[in-house]
Design a protein. Structure first.
Length: 440
């Protein structure tokens, strides 16, 4: 099929490249000319495992020609289905900010005014229930002068891929959710996903757009709450002298609980969980319901960085005059999780700010996120290696579970005082260092 993907963020670019790989002809539309040029040169605009190879295989001089990028919305006219993959950030009060989606829908609608035959528009961005039907559809109708369900179709197809494993996750989904408000839109979506569903043997959930939107929030809210619950239990374990990881391994054997997302520590960050949990809380409150569990999930998540810093402060108080004040603290890891340079809502941000407020000097190391870090934290010295960050430091705190930190050993001997407080259970406990785990 001929597909247009609006938006070249990590979802849009991944989806465009993967659909091209599955045999569709794909055009990726974005307002950012440099991103468009990068894709057309056969390169990836973001770092995602396997993405550069897919883009090189289908765009650029050596490619199959099944993928191209443009800034021109008219490219939509040569396609059958458009996926909207635009950002949905949060307002200051936590509610969803649909302005980028509305602008995109407006431009798309104006373009569809010139489309002679049927077209299906699929919202892939995470939007609160009702947004596709009540906000996006009326804009498309107004700008195109056409009627949804008669002249064009409306679908909603939430995306569950994770950053860092985006290509793998897109091509190997646990489920494909097809939300549609009319039969022809549903038929188009089935056609688009036929090859993927067959290759991945993924179960398909067919529903309306409003339910599809809620499935995405429920999915993310459940996972975020699961981590907050194991963090709550982990904090209890710590207080009672129990290793939360031993407990998690055991409860994960119960199929009803499951082994994944039971790693307790400094909490969840990233571009999705924090924003999406707040957006669905806000939507629920606007509808008259205050969700107690999700409020608590946010509260537990907000507490973990402060608990990590408090533990570090206790050790420094015991080992040096002034405690944290005036201490050099090595922060290991800045990204919100390993495998990405993304620092959005990383737990490193509150940890560093708290330490600085207590008078610490921060020297940080991350294998890939250091270039992004100055957008989120000030007055930090960046080291080229974990060893360099640790050299001469009064204490170290681990915020991201990069694999390479597991191999650290004699590097701790170069610290002024070998105090290590681990927020991710990645460092080996050993003689000669004062080691403290957040929940173990
Ligand atoms: C998440 C969802 O997993 C994905 O389905 C959705 O499409 C987007 O949001 P992502 O933000 O890429 O994906 O990261 P994920 O791997 O889910 O991790 C989120 C956060 O939870 C990270 O900060 C991670 O460190 C933390 N986490 C994860 C834990 O603290 N413990 C765990 O056991 C798992």
């Amino acid at each position: 099929m001929n597909l247009s993907i609006v938006g070249s963020g990590y979802v849009g670019t991944t989806v465009a490249a993967c659909f091209a790989d599955l045999g569709h002809d794909v055009v990726n539309i974005d307002i950012d000319e440099s991103v468009v040029e990068t894709i057309n040169a056969g390169d990836a605009p973001i770092h995602e495992e396997g993405l550069a190879e897919l883009i090189a295989a289908h765009a650029g001089p050596e490619g199959t020609g099944r993928l191209r990028a443009t800034t021109d919305y008219d490219a939509v006219l040569d396609t059958d289905v458009t996926f909207l993959c635009l950002p949905t950030p949060q307002n200051d009060d936590g509610s969803i900010d649909l302005s980028v989606m509305e602008a995109g829908a407006s431009q798309l609608g104006a373009t569809l005014a010139n489309k002679l035959d049927w077209h299906t528009v699929v919202v892939k961005s995470t939007v609160v229930p009702g947004s596709t039907a009540d906000t996006i559809t009326p804009i498309l109708e107004r700008e195109s002068g056409k009627t949804a369900g008669e002249d064009f179709g409306i679908g909603m197809n939430p995306e569950f891929l994770r950053e860092g494993t985006a290509v793998h996750d897109f091509l190997n989904p646990d489920k494909v959710v097809l939300g549609a408000d009319d039969d022809r839109a549903l038929a188009d979506m089935r056609d688009v996903f036929e090859a993927l569903i067959a290759a991945a043997a993924a179960p398909v959930v067919e529903t309306d757009t409003r339910t599809a939107e809620m499935i995405k929030y429920a999915n993310n809210a459940f996972l975020a709450a699961k981590i907050s619950l194991i963090n709550d239990i982990g904090n209890i374990c710590k207080a009672l002298g129990v290793d939360a990881y031993e407990v998690a391994d055991a409860i994960g054997l119960d199929d009803r609980i499951g082994a994944q997302f039971l790693q307790s520590g400094v909490g969840w960050g990233g571009s999705c969980f924090p924003k999406d949990v707040r957006a669905i809380i806000s939507a629920a409150q606007a509808a008259g319901y205050d969700p107690a569990m999700l409020n608590a999930a946010v509260e537990v998540n907000d507490r973990q960085p402060a608990r990590l810093v408090a533990m570090l402060a206790d050790h420094l108080d015991a080992h040096r005059d002034g405690g944290v004040d005036g201490a050099i603290v090595a922060v290991l890891g800045l990204a919100f999780k390993p495998g990405t340079d993304d620092m959005r809502n990383s737990r490193a941000i509150p940890v560093i700010k708290d330490l600085q407020a207590r008078g610490a000097t921060i020297i940080a190391y991350d294998p890939v996120a250091a270039d992004n870090a100055p957008n989120y934290v000030d007055d930090v010295t960046y080291a080229d290696s974990a060893a360099a960050a640790l050299d001469g430091a009064d204490a170290a705190v681990v915020v991201t579970d990069w694999d390479e930190f597991a191999a650290l050993d004699e590097e701790f001997d170069a610290m002024a005082t070998p105090i290590v407080v681990d927020g991710r259970r990645i460092i080996e406990r050993r003689d000669g260092i004062t080691y403290e785990g957040l929940t173990w």
